[in-house]
Each structure stands twice: as structure tokens, then as C-alpha cells.
Design a protein around this ligand. Structure first.
Ligand SMILES: Cc1cc2nc3c(=O)[nH]c(=O)nc-3n(C[C@H](O)[C@H](O)[C@H](O)COP(=O)(O)O)c2cc1C
Length: 198
């Protein structure tokens, strides 16, 4: 069994969905794994690491800036052989395909810096799905991701809530309106650019 390093590439790492995905992935992996938080920074190394899993959210159709910093460090990775890189990217929109540009960015990075490319798991409705009865679909995908990493495969997996777009927009609207109400903010106020009263 290889040695895995998991990178949390979320700008809000301690409270992130990425962290929740990592915690659900670990039992599927079934072995210990080293962990690194891009937000905290620090030296990035893991002796004998054979696989590296980048877990991050989609930000403006791309990779969050905090993860770019980690990629720059990875570009100077000293150990050989270089680990195989895998990604788990989640996004707020329903469609996992939205994450494809970010997957391609990492794939391009791997090609440019000589890292073997591995598995990709694209999670649509990634902000919400873990809090719904559809979370079992995520666990199933995480098991497939772990099996793919273990077998050295290179595949793109996708998962999302099995809802129509219309239903998803309606349910998200309801969720955010309720969340706003808890914080004494109306739906109308949330539609403005004003993020702090003043
Ligand atoms: C600044 C910002 C930009 C985002 N851009 C996108 C986007 O382009 N497409 C999308 O589907 N979700 C987008 N999202 C939603 C995040 O991908 C989603 O909330 C994700 O679950 C956050 O994961 P995390 O908690 O691990 O950081 C964005 C969120 C923020 C805060």
C-alpha cells in the first residue's frame, strides 16, 4: 500500500466542506494518511509519499488562490519518484461539470512539472449534499476514489444531488432565505453588494 498525503486547499480550511470530505474519505481509504492545510502553509513534504490528494473548492471557475501557493511549492518537490496527483473538487452549483476547468488546471500543472496524473472526483451541489439524504452517493464515490487511487487508475468520477435544476434552485433559495432570517437579513438585502451594514 502506498503512502498518501492529503492537502486541504480550502481558504476556510477548519470550517470547510473540503474538511468534511476528507473526514469521510479517510475511512474509505482505510489507512493512515498525512495531512497538510494549504491555508496554514509551512513546508510541504512527506517522505516516501506515493500519492497526493488535493481536496479543494471551486472558486470563480478555478483553483482557490491559497492552493496556488501550495502548487508553487509542489513545483519544487525534491523527492523522487514524484507522487501521483489526484483531485477531489467540490462546487456550489448543481453540475459537477462546472469543476472541469479547475481539474484541467491541475492536470496541466502535473504535465508541466512531471507529476503522474491520477483520479479526479467532481462533486456538484457540494455545499449542500452532505446535509441531505443523498450523502450516501458521496460516500459511494469516495469509496470509488479510494479504490482508484489504490489501483493506480486514472478516471474522472462525478457526483451530485439527483434533483432537477429548478428544484435545486428552489431548495437553495429556501435554504439561504432561512439562513438570512436567522441572522436578521432579508432575501432582498442578500441580493445587494452591501456585505456589512454601514
Ligand atoms: C469566492 C467564492 C467563489 C466561488 N465560486 C464558485 C464557482 O465559480 N462555481 C461554483 O459552483 N461554486 C463556487 N463557489 C462555491 C464553493 O465552491 C462552495 O461553497 C464549496 O462548497 C466551498 O467549499 P469549502 O467549504 O471546502 O471551501 C464559490 C464560493 C466562494 C466563497
Amino acid at each position: 500500500m502506498g503512502k498518501l498525503l492529503i492537502v486541504n486547499g480550502s481558504p476556510r480550511a477548519p470550517r470547510s466542506n473540503s474538511r468534511r470530505y476528507i473526514e469521510q474519505f479517510l475511512p474509505c481509504w482505510g489507512e493512515t494518511a498525512d495531512r497538510y492545510t494549504a491555508l496554514k502553509g509551512g513546508p510541504l513534504s512527506s517522505e516516501g509519499c506515493t500519492d497526493l490528494l488535493l481536496v479543494f473548492p471551486l472558486y470563480a471557475d478555478g483553483v482557490p488562490a491559497v492552493l496556488m501557493r501550495t502548487l508553487k511549492q509542489l513545483a519544487t518537490w525534491g523527492e523522487t519518484p514524484r507522487p501521483r496527483i489526484h483531485v477531489l473538487v467540490n462546487c456550489g452549483f448543481l453540475e459537477p461539470e462546472q469543476t472541469q476547468p479547475a481539474v484541467e488546471m491541475v492536470r496541466f500543472f502535473c504535465k508541466r512539472y512531471g507529476f503522474p496524473w491520477g483520479m479526479a472526483l467532481r462533486i456538484g451541489s457540494g455545499e449542500a449534499i452532505l446535509n441531505t439524504p443523498f450523502s450516501f452517493l458521496v460516500r459511494r464515490s469516495l469509496r470509488r476514489l479510494a479504490a482508484g487511487i489504490r489501483a493506480g487508475r486514472s478516471e474522472v468520477l462525478s457526483v451530485r444531488m439527483p434533483l432537477s435544476r429548478r428544484m435545486f434552485i428552489w431548495a437553495s433559495g429556501r435554504y439561504w432565505a432561512g439562513y438570512g432570517a436567522e441572522n436578521h437579513i432579508t432575501a432582498r438585502e442578500m441580493r445587494t453588494m452591501e456585505i456589512e451594514g454601514g
